[in-house]
Design a protein around this ligand. Structure first.
Ligand SMILES: C[S@@+](CC[C@H](N)C(=O)[O-])C[C@H]1O[C@@H](n2cnc3c(N)ncnc32)[C@H](O)[C@@H]1O
Length: 187
């Protein structure tokens, strides 16, 4: 069976992440991706996870403790646009993930936005290792979602092919704006 965009995002990350790596969850939410990344990097690796909502940090903290992977994660209660101030310039990253949109069953007004997402992408690309990947799962059915999708699409299309490979993945015959996945790989 074909994988959902969410599941495929994990497949793409798993292919490149090894124990000891440093990685980023740019949109922590309930911590599903954070916990997945923490398991992959193990105790010798590290995960930086960002969110603007206190509730996200609390939910993620709980999930990480229950899964026994709290130690290797730094939970940052700030927007991902601050990545450049939190992650040192010399730190190289193997991978990062974004789930763009709003947190399901939470405040639908708190959404990721084109300008701040773009700023985060710039900081991540500057720190990405060769063969490293940035995966974005873009939900765009809500107000403001189309503008963010357009930014991501445009940003990805303009990345020079000598330096990056970029793919998209989406079910094109599904109703209700199924998410679109983008994966940027540094050559
Ligand atoms: C689609 S949800 C993420 C779901 C998450 N991956 C999970 O496993 O539950 C998007 C999240 O982005 C967060 N967010 C919104 N603006 C942000 C920003 N500037 N920086 C970081 N996170 C942001 C929201 O608070 C929300 O929790």
């Amino acid at each position: 069976m074909l994988q959902t965009a969410m599941r495929y995002s994990h497949t793409l990350l798993k292919e490149v992440i090894q124990a000891g790596d440093t990685v980023v969850d740019a949109t922590m939410g309930n911590g599903n991706d954070t916990a997945f990344l923490a398991q992959l990097v193990g105790l010798n690796g590290s995960v930086y996870a960002f969110d603007v909502q206190e509730q996200a940090l609390q939910n993620t903290e709980k999930k990480l403790v229950e899964s026994g992977v709290r130690e290797q994660v730094r939970l940052v209660h700030q927007g991902h646009e601050t990545i450049a101030t939190i992650i040192p310039k010399e730190t190289t990253l193997r991978a990062a993930i974004f789930n763009l949109g709003y947190l399901p069953k939470s405040d639908k007004q708190i959404i990721t936005k084109p300008d701040t997402t773009k700023q985060a992408l710039g900081a991540l690309l500057a720190r990405l290792e060769s063969k490293g990947r940035i995966v974005l799962v873009v939900y765009y059915g809500h107000t403001g979602g189309e503008a963010e999708l357009a930014m991501v699409q445009n940003y990805c299309q303009q990345l020079p092919q000598e330096e990056y490979s970029v793919l998209t993945y989406q079910f094109i015959n599904q109703k209700n704006n199924p998410p679109i996945l983008f994966c940027i790989e540094k050559k």
